[in-house]
Design a protein around this ligand. Structure first.
Ligand code: UDP
Length: 240
């Protein structure tokens, strides 16, 4: 009798290696009327970003005479998730808009644009976890496309711990496992500066270090994809 093969449960929900990200795609210049725009896809999570500005900020009392200000707005389409999301802002979207602004703000320099605002709109059109990171990654390319002076691109990915293992780029199924720790992080890859680090769950100091290292490596790969998409956009503009 042939003995049945033991089917070992894959460590990751979709059989990926612990340090393997989902398939990624990036495109810059997707929205004609925006000053800068981009799309970033990781697995089935898709983020679109549009940048408008720098333009004069109204009402005037909100202006900063020393430099421009950055505003970020993150949202999800109602049917981007399996269970319809109520349209409009929520506590979650306000929090993500704020951390996105902080993650991007340290990379850009608006000193040359006093009294202005740069608006960044991020829309998640399809969500399978990691949306704040996909949004930051898309927005960073959109800011570069808009010609905003930047110290570096910002790249973001979620790392974490599932079943006691440190992994990169958790999908929704993995995020929903019991005891999962989710750590969205963002880096400027040139000098490995962290611009976002959030933690949802429990983790030891040693594991956190490992997770951040994994995130750093992942963000390097994302940064290459972002640069490639920007170069493709420059080629297109040259040929237009
Ligand atoms: N999600 C959902 N409905 C919501 C908000 C989130 O189904 O109203 C899902 C979506 O797939 C999202 C995931 O939950 O990507 C994880 O959300 P989280 O708040 O952890 O942020 P994210 O990982 O997307 O940055």
């Amino acid at each position: 009798m042939v003995q049945a093969k033991k089917t070992e449960k894959a460590e990751r929900s979709d059989g990926r290696k612990l340090n393997e990200m989902r398939k990624m795609e990036a495109k810059v210049g997707i929205i004609k009327r925006a000053d800068g725009s981009a799309m970033f896809k990781i697995g089935t999570t898709v983020a679109l970003a549009a940048v408008y500005g720098p333009r004069e900020l109204f009402p005037g009392f909100m202006q900063n005479p020393e430099k421009g200000i950055l505003r970020c707005n993150y949202d999800m389409l109602s049917f981007s998730v399996t269970e319809r999301k109520r349209p409009g802002p929520s506590r979650r979207s306000v929090e993500i808009s704020l951390v996105t602004k902080n993650a991007l703000g340290s990379a850009i320099n608006l000193d040359q644009f006093p009294n202005t605002v740069v608006d960044v709109f991020i829309m998640i059109v399809q969500a399978d976890a990691g949306t704040r990171c996909a949004g930051i990654t898309a927005a960073s390319m959109a800011l570069a496309d808009a010609g905003i002076p930047m110290r570096d691109l910002v790249s973001a990915v979620s790392v974490g711990r599932i079943n006691g293992k440190i992994v990169i780029d958790l999908d929704k199924e993995e995020e929903d496992y019991d005891g999962t720790t989710d750590i969205p992080c963002a880096f400027m890859s040139r000098n490995n500066e962290i611009t976002l680090l959030q933690l949802d769950g429990d983790i030891s100091a040693e594991e956190l270090k490992q997770a951040v290292e994994l995130g750093k490596e992942g963000c390097k790969q994302i940064s290459e994809i972002q640069k490639k998409a920007l170069k493709e956009r420059y080629k297109e503009i040259k040929n237009e």
